[in-house]
Every structure is written in C-alpha cells, then in structure tokens.
Write a protein that binds this ligand. Structure first.
Ligand code: C5P
Length: 400
C-alpha cells in the first residue's frame, strides 16, 4: 500500500508557466491512492485549464471564494477542514507574498488561513524574482509561521534564465509528502547509507562490477529523510535519481567508498551498508587500454577492504546494520555475518528467488538482532524501506 493511500491532498495552483506540471503531479498522486482536490488562483487558469485539472483529479476545480453554487457544494471552510495536507505548487512570488501577509483575498489564501493541515509551499518563479530580498523575506516569514518550503529546483528556466526558481519535478514533490504523515522517529539523526555496486577498474576503459541496481539503498535514503533523518548516501554508479534532500557522494571503487564512509561515519548515528561491494579489485590496473593480442588474459585480483566491518570495529562506532544476500541457509549465514562483522542488526534476503532482490522493485527480508528476528513479506522496496527504518529506529533508541 502506498504511503499516500487515502490521504486528502488539497493542491493549490498559482499563476506560473510551471503550472502545466500539475496535471502530471495530480495523476501520480491519484495513482498512489491519494484523494486530490484542486484549487486554482485566477492567474493559474491562464496557464492550465480547470477542465484539465478536473479530468486528472476526478473532481471539479474550486476557484472562486464568492461562488454561491460552489459554496452550496463543498464550501471553503469544509474544504479547508477536509484537507490532510495543503500542497501549493507552483507557488508564485505574488502568492507567497500574500500568504506571508496572511491575506485572504482569494479562495486559495483563504483556505490556507482556515486550515489546520500542514501547508507545503513549493515555489517556482524567475531566478531574479526568487533571489529578490522581498521574496526571501516572505519565505522566511512563512517558515516562521510553520509552513514548509520545498524547492525550488535549480536549472534552466522557461524565460531562458538559469538559476534557482524551477518548479520541482512531480516525482520530487511526491517524495517529500510521506514525511508529513509519518511519525518522525529519526528526527535529526544522522544516517550514513551505502548503495549500488562498485566498479573495479581493469584498465582505463574496462571494469569488474555486479548487477546491483541501488534501488534498496536509494529507497532507504529516501525513507530515512521522510522519517526526519539527515542522510548521506555514498553510492556506486547507478541509473537512479538522487533522492531529495540527501547528500550524495558518488564513488566508483570499493576503495573510494571506504574513504568516503570513513570521513562521514564518525559523525553518524546510524550506518546502513546496503552496497553490493565487489569482493575483489584488480591487483595492477593497466595504465593503457589492454590490447587483445594474447589468447588468454590472466587478471590477478586482491580482496577489497570490508567497509562495514572496518567501521563496525571502530571504538566509537555508529549503530551498524548490514545486508546479507544469501542463496541457502539464510538465517545461519546472516547471523554468522552479524557476529563476525560486529553488527547491531542484519537484514537478510534470499537472492535465489528472482522475483525479489537485485534489480527488482520488490524485496522480502528477515531482520536479525541479538537473539530476535522479524520477517517482512515481499513488498515494494520503498514501503519496505520505511518499515525497516522504523524497526531500526526502535532498536537504535533502546540501545542509546
Ligand atoms: O559481501 P557480504 O555478504 O560480506 O556483505 C555483507 C554486508 O557487508 C553488506 O551490508 C555489504 O554492504 C557490506 N560489505 C562492505 N564491504 C565489503 C563487502 C561487504 O561494506 N567489502
């Protein structure tokens, strides 16, 4: 079940070219089981039609504070009470200014004043307008008032400028939302997570690696952020998008991954090693591309450092969690690994089952700690990540 299932989201759209992204955003929210009601400012209707938003949300759009017919259906106070969350995007400089002043001169600003639901404001405007002192002052005021600001993104803008002010992409906005519905069990905790494969160079153009997609580690990073943590993700090469709000350190080899982890581990509360670190590296990496002149090529390999074990063996170590991908005797090998590497918990999965694990969107695992265990049936990696982190948070808290 999606984390947004049955959540009532009031989507407020103000006037900006990025308003077109709201159709896609609404579709994705509805796909995840959220109930979406759309409110548009008069200027928003110049950029995307209410008919489009009605079609994608499945409900008529509200746009008028003084419309007797609309008030006879779901009136503005009812609508304000209905919402579990108000999401405003694109939030224009004008709307932000009016919100910061507590104005109620249209339906959307009135709803914001009349609702006790968390309000998430995702700005989008020209970079100069975003940088303007007045806008920044208004944003600070909104933060002081307890509104949540996400974005804006940085990059090329519709007007041709480049800088901060782009509307976040719909999937980036959606990634922020579960945080408003989940107890913040990792509030302020610093998490270090490794993810993906490592690549061990053979020569300047070739390497040894494995099939790890990085999906589980990235899902953990994203879920940790949704539970309130500050996340550093040390990742080998993957095709995945950086999870929002985490610090990403991109590495290639196990040696680089170890160095990055060693720098961050001492200031981390929890370390989760999810990376599929290559077991071996090439002993002598060729400086030039190896020519295929020989019939046989022998590569000498040496064992890679064990990143998790090296951090778990430090005197002042973070709470350490490892993964164990096994094809047989899962419980036995996992518990043995937990002891050998001095871990607090281990998450084991049976990789002989091709429906789950490597590259799949689903995973089923059993977690072991001390003399206890808990199994999680096959679930989407994103949902599983939240459940795993809730369990980790519970045992981390008991330990400290
Ligand atoms: O490969 P192995 O089964 O030993 O991996 C178990 C755990 O140790 C995983 O959490 C993995 O991320 C971590 N590991 C590591 N450095 C290695 C090998 C494994 O951090 N060189």
């Amino acid at each position: 079940m999606s984390l947004l299932q049955n959540k009532k989201i009031l989507l407020g759209i103000s006037g900006g070219i990025a308003a077109y992204k709201c159709a896609e955003l609404t579709r994705r929210l509805v796909e995840q089981g959220a109930q979406v009601r759309v409110v548009m400012t008069p200027a928003a209707k110049a950029f995307i039609t209410p008919l489009t938003m009605q079609a994608v949300s499945g409900h008529p759009v509200s746009d008028d504070l003084l419309d007797p017919a609309a008030e006879a259906a779901m009136g503005h106070i009812e609508l304000a009470k209905w919402a579990d969350l108000i999401l405003i995007t694109p939030a224009s400089a004008d709307l932000i200014a009016r919100l910061a002043q507590g104005m109620a001169n249209d339906l959307l600003t009135t709803l914001c004043l009349a609702s006790a639901a968390p309000t998430v404001v995702s700005p989008a405007m020209n970079q100069q307008m975003w940088a303007a002192p007045a806008t920044q002052r208004n944003i600070e005021q909104l933060k002081k008032d307890g509104r949540f600001i996400i974005g804006p993104g940085v990059g090329e803008q519709a007007c041709g400028d480049v800088g901060a002010g782009r509307m976040l992409e719909p999937n980036q906005i959606i990634e922020h939302l579960p945080a408003f519905f989940l107890p913040q069990v990792l509030q302020g905790k610093k998490l270090l997570i490794t993810a993906g494969p490592t690549q061990e160079a053979i020569d300047p153009v070739r390497y040894i690696s494995n099939h790890s997609s990085g999906k589980m580690g990235y899902a953990l990073a994203s879920a940790a952020m949704q539970l309130g943590a500050l996340v550093t993700l040390v990742s080998g090469p993957t095709a995945l998008e950086k999870p929002v709000n985490c610090e990403l350190i991109a590495v290639k080899s196990a040696k680089q991954m170890l160095e990055a982890c060693q720098q961050v581990a001492h200031q981390s509360d929890i370390f989760i090693a999810c990376a599929a670190v290559a077991d071996y590296q090439v002993a002598d990496v060729a400086e030039q591309k190896i020519k295929k002149t020989q019939h046989q090529l022998n590569l000498q390999l040496t064992k890679n450092p064990d990143i998790l074990a090296s951090i778990a063996q430090q005197l002042e170590k973070p709470f350490c969690i490892g993964f164990a991908a096994e094809t047989q005797d899962v419980a036995h090998y996992a518990k043995d690994k937990m002891q050998r590497k001095n871990l607090d918990m281990i998450i084991a999965n049976d990789v002989s089952n091709q429906q789950i694990g490597f590259n799949s969107d689903q995973n089923a695992v059993t977690v072991y700690w001390q003399d206890q265990e808990q199994s999680f049936p096959a679930t989407d990696k994103k949902e599983l990540a939240v459940k795993l982190l809730q369990l980790i948070a519970k045992h981390y808290t008991q330990q400290v």
